[in-house]
Design a protein around this ligand. Structure first.
Ligand code: C5P
Length: 216
Protein backbone atom coordinates (compact mmCIF):
# COMPACT_ATOMS: atom_id res chain seq x y z
CA UNK A 1 0.00 0.00 0.00
CA UNK A 2 1.41 3.44 -0.93
CA UNK A 3 1.75 6.02 1.83
CA UNK A 4 -0.64 8.92 1.21
CA UNK A 5 1.89 11.47 2.45
CA UNK A 6 1.45 13.77 -0.58
CA UNK A 7 -2.35 13.93 -0.28
CA UNK A 8 -3.60 17.51 -0.62
CA UNK A 9 -0.42 18.61 -2.46
CA UNK A 10 -0.55 20.03 -5.97
CA UNK A 11 2.58 19.12 -7.87
CA UNK A 12 3.64 20.36 -11.30
CA UNK A 13 6.41 18.60 -13.19
CA UNK A 14 8.23 19.38 -16.41
CA UNK A 15 9.69 16.39 -18.22
CA UNK A 16 11.34 15.24 -21.42
CA UNK A 17 13.28 17.30 -23.97
CA UNK A 18 12.11 20.37 -25.85
CA UNK A 19 12.38 20.75 -29.63
CA UNK A 20 13.45 23.90 -31.36
CA UNK A 21 12.59 23.83 -35.06
CA UNK A 22 14.91 25.70 -37.42
CA UNK A 23 13.01 24.76 -40.55
CA UNK A 24 9.86 22.82 -41.45
CA UNK A 25 11.67 19.46 -41.27
CA UNK A 26 14.43 19.78 -38.67
CA UNK A 27 14.88 20.57 -35.06
CA UNK A 28 17.53 21.01 -32.34
CA UNK A 29 16.94 18.84 -29.29
CA UNK A 30 18.53 16.29 -26.92
CA UNK A 31 18.05 12.60 -26.07
CA UNK A 32 16.07 13.05 -22.81
CA UNK A 33 13.70 10.08 -22.40
CA UNK A 34 11.44 11.60 -19.75
CA UNK A 35 11.86 8.48 -17.56
CA UNK A 36 12.96 10.41 -14.46
CA UNK A 37 10.08 12.88 -14.73
CA UNK A 38 7.49 10.21 -15.49
CA UNK A 39 8.72 8.14 -12.51
CA UNK A 40 8.35 11.18 -10.25
CA UNK A 41 4.90 11.98 -11.64
CA UNK A 42 3.60 8.43 -11.14
CA UNK A 43 5.15 8.09 -7.66
CA UNK A 44 3.63 11.42 -6.56
CA UNK A 45 0.19 10.46 -7.89
CA UNK A 46 0.34 7.07 -6.12
CA UNK A 47 1.17 8.90 -2.89
CA UNK A 48 -1.96 11.03 -3.19
CA UNK A 49 -0.76 14.23 -4.90
CA UNK A 50 -2.71 16.05 -7.61
CA UNK A 51 -0.16 15.93 -10.43
CA UNK A 52 0.17 18.00 -13.61
CA UNK A 53 2.92 16.95 -16.03
CA UNK A 54 4.09 19.38 -18.70
CA UNK A 55 5.63 17.00 -21.21
CA UNK A 56 8.02 17.69 -24.06
CA UNK A 57 7.90 15.22 -26.98
CA UNK A 58 8.38 11.82 -25.28
CA UNK A 59 7.10 8.37 -26.04
CA UNK A 60 5.75 7.70 -22.56
CA UNK A 61 2.20 6.89 -21.53
CA UNK A 62 1.06 8.37 -18.22
CA UNK A 63 -1.87 7.09 -16.18
CA UNK A 64 -5.01 9.19 -16.62
CA UNK A 65 -4.96 10.37 -13.00
CA UNK A 66 -2.05 12.59 -14.06
CA UNK A 67 -3.07 15.71 -15.93
CA UNK A 68 -0.90 16.01 -19.02
CA UNK A 69 -0.04 19.23 -20.84
CA UNK A 70 1.96 18.40 -23.98
CA UNK A 71 4.33 21.05 -25.36
CA UNK A 72 7.06 21.18 -28.00
CA UNK A 73 9.35 24.18 -27.57
CA UNK A 74 11.04 25.69 -24.52
CA UNK A 75 8.89 28.78 -24.92
CA UNK A 76 5.70 26.64 -24.93
CA UNK A 77 6.94 24.89 -21.79
CA UNK A 78 7.76 28.24 -20.18
CA UNK A 79 4.25 29.57 -20.92
CA UNK A 80 2.51 26.45 -19.62
CA UNK A 81 4.65 26.35 -16.46
CA UNK A 82 4.14 30.08 -15.82
CA UNK A 83 0.35 29.58 -16.05
CA UNK A 84 0.23 26.49 -13.84
CA UNK A 85 2.90 27.04 -11.17
CA UNK A 86 1.17 29.85 -9.19
CA UNK A 87 -1.54 27.37 -8.05
CA UNK A 88 0.94 24.61 -7.10
CA UNK A 89 2.63 23.60 -3.85
CA UNK A 90 5.63 21.99 -5.51
CA UNK A 91 7.35 22.47 -8.87
CA UNK A 92 9.64 19.67 -10.00
CA UNK A 93 11.73 20.55 -13.03
CA UNK A 94 13.09 17.43 -14.68
CA UNK A 95 12.84 18.58 -18.31
CA UNK A 96 16.02 18.83 -20.37
CA UNK A 97 15.11 22.22 -21.80
CA UNK A 98 17.01 23.46 -24.86
CA UNK A 99 18.93 26.49 -23.61
CA UNK A 100 19.06 28.00 -27.10
CA UNK A 101 16.78 28.20 -30.12
CA UNK A 102 17.74 28.69 -33.74
CA UNK A 103 15.91 31.29 -35.86
CA UNK A 104 13.14 29.85 -38.06
CA UNK A 105 13.95 29.44 -41.74
CA UNK A 106 12.51 32.22 -43.92
CA UNK A 107 12.01 29.89 -46.94
CA UNK A 108 10.59 26.84 -45.09
CA UNK A 109 13.55 24.50 -45.60
CA UNK A 110 17.29 25.00 -45.88
CA UNK A 111 18.68 23.55 -49.14
CA UNK A 112 22.20 22.20 -49.30
CA UNK A 113 24.47 24.18 -51.56
CA UNK A 114 27.85 22.62 -50.86
CA UNK A 115 28.67 25.28 -48.28
CA UNK A 116 28.21 25.42 -44.52
CA UNK A 117 25.05 26.58 -42.77
CA UNK A 118 25.51 29.21 -40.08
CA UNK A 119 22.70 30.13 -37.71
CA UNK A 120 22.77 32.39 -34.67
CA UNK A 121 20.84 30.91 -31.76
CA UNK A 122 18.92 32.97 -29.21
CA UNK A 123 18.83 32.15 -25.51
CA UNK A 124 15.67 30.46 -24.22
CA UNK A 125 14.22 31.47 -20.86
CA UNK A 126 15.38 29.43 -17.84
CA UNK A 127 11.98 28.16 -16.67
CA UNK A 128 13.15 26.87 -13.30
CA UNK A 129 15.25 29.95 -12.42
CA UNK A 130 12.43 32.31 -13.42
CA UNK A 131 9.69 30.57 -11.43
CA UNK A 132 11.84 29.54 -8.48
CA UNK A 133 13.28 32.97 -7.76
CA UNK A 134 9.73 34.38 -7.66
CA UNK A 135 8.10 31.56 -5.68
CA UNK A 136 5.86 32.15 -2.65
CA UNK A 137 6.84 31.12 0.86
CA UNK A 138 4.60 28.02 0.79
CA UNK A 139 5.98 26.80 -2.54
CA UNK A 140 8.87 24.39 -3.00
CA UNK A 141 10.99 23.80 -6.08
CA UNK A 142 13.05 20.78 -7.08
CA UNK A 143 15.71 21.03 -9.78
CA UNK A 144 18.08 18.69 -11.55
CA UNK A 145 21.64 19.27 -12.70
CA UNK A 146 23.84 17.24 -14.99
CA UNK A 147 27.42 18.28 -14.32
CA UNK A 148 30.61 17.41 -16.17
CA UNK A 149 33.00 18.48 -13.40
CA UNK A 150 33.11 19.50 -9.72
CA UNK A 151 29.70 17.89 -9.15
CA UNK A 152 29.33 18.89 -5.51
CA UNK A 153 30.60 22.44 -5.85
CA UNK A 154 28.57 23.22 -8.98
CA UNK A 155 25.45 21.60 -7.54
CA UNK A 156 25.68 23.71 -4.37
CA UNK A 157 26.07 26.87 -6.48
CA UNK A 158 23.04 25.94 -8.61
CA UNK A 159 20.90 25.20 -5.54
CA UNK A 160 21.50 28.75 -4.28
CA UNK A 161 21.50 30.56 -7.61
CA UNK A 162 18.15 29.06 -8.64
CA UNK A 163 16.69 29.38 -5.12
CA UNK A 164 15.85 25.66 -4.91
CA UNK A 165 14.60 23.59 -1.99
CA UNK A 166 16.11 20.39 -3.36
CA UNK A 167 18.64 19.69 -6.08
CA UNK A 168 19.41 16.31 -7.62
CA UNK A 169 22.74 16.29 -9.44
CA UNK A 170 24.34 13.59 -11.54
CA UNK A 171 27.66 13.27 -13.35
CA UNK A 172 27.35 13.17 -17.15
CA UNK A 173 29.39 10.71 -19.21
CA UNK A 174 29.01 7.86 -16.76
CA UNK A 175 27.61 4.45 -17.75
CA UNK A 176 24.23 3.82 -16.13
CA UNK A 177 23.63 7.49 -15.32
CA UNK A 178 21.94 10.47 -16.92
CA UNK A 179 20.14 10.77 -20.25
CA UNK A 180 17.98 7.92 -21.49
CA UNK A 181 19.33 5.39 -18.94
CA UNK A 182 16.95 3.48 -16.67
CA UNK A 183 19.30 4.09 -13.74
CA UNK A 184 21.17 7.09 -12.34
CA UNK A 185 23.76 7.89 -9.69
CA UNK A 186 22.89 11.11 -7.95
CA UNK A 187 23.97 13.54 -5.28
CA UNK A 188 21.00 15.07 -3.45
CA UNK A 189 21.23 18.32 -1.51
CA UNK A 190 18.67 20.59 0.09
CA UNK A 191 18.52 24.23 1.15
CA UNK A 192 19.27 23.34 4.78
CA UNK A 193 22.67 21.92 3.82
CA UNK A 194 21.61 18.29 4.08
CA UNK A 195 23.34 16.18 1.49
CA UNK A 196 23.43 12.51 0.46
CA UNK A 197 25.22 10.59 -2.29
CA UNK A 198 23.05 7.70 -3.46
CA UNK A 199 24.45 4.61 -5.19
CA UNK A 200 23.37 3.77 -8.73
CA UNK A 201 19.63 3.08 -8.54
CA UNK A 202 16.68 2.67 -10.92
CA UNK A 203 15.09 6.05 -11.67
CA UNK A 204 11.81 4.68 -10.26
CA UNK A 205 13.56 4.15 -6.90
CA UNK A 206 15.23 7.58 -7.04
CA UNK A 207 11.78 9.10 -7.63
CA UNK A 208 10.33 7.34 -4.59
CA UNK A 209 13.23 8.50 -2.37
CA UNK A 210 12.93 12.10 -3.59
CA UNK A 211 9.32 12.21 -2.36
CA UNK A 212 10.43 10.58 0.93
CA UNK A 213 12.85 13.51 1.34
CA UNK A 214 10.22 16.13 0.49
CA UNK A 215 7.56 14.70 2.78
CA UNK A 216 9.91 14.26 5.78
O1 C5P B 1 21.29 25.35 -15.46
P1 C5P B 1 20.94 23.94 -15.81
O2 C5P B 1 20.40 23.79 -17.21
O3 C5P B 1 22.01 22.94 -15.47
O4 C5P B 1 19.72 23.60 -14.82
C1 C5P B 1 19.04 22.40 -14.91
C2 C5P B 1 17.71 22.56 -14.20
O5 C5P B 1 17.03 23.73 -14.66
C3 C5P B 1 16.78 21.42 -14.48
O6 C5P B 1 15.95 21.24 -13.34
C4 C5P B 1 15.99 21.93 -15.70
O7 C5P B 1 14.72 21.31 -15.81
C5 C5P B 1 15.88 23.40 -15.41
N1 C5P B 1 15.88 24.26 -16.61
C6 C5P B 1 14.73 24.96 -16.97
N2 C5P B 1 14.75 25.79 -18.08
C7 C5P B 1 15.88 25.93 -18.82
C8 C5P B 1 17.06 25.22 -18.45
C9 C5P B 1 17.02 24.40 -17.36
O8 C5P B 1 13.69 24.82 -16.31
N3 C5P B 1 15.88 26.73 -19.90
Amino acid sequence: LSPQDLRGKKIMLTLGPTREYFDKARFWSNPSSGIMGASLAIAAALRGAEVTAITGPVDIALPSLIKRVPVVTARDMFEAATDIFPSQDIGCFTAAVADFRPPSCPTGKYKKNGGPLSLTFDANPDILATLSTAKKSWQQTIGFAAESQDLEHNAALKLRKKNLDLLIANPIDEAGAGFAAATNRVLVMDRHGRQEAWPQLPKTEIAWRIWDWISM
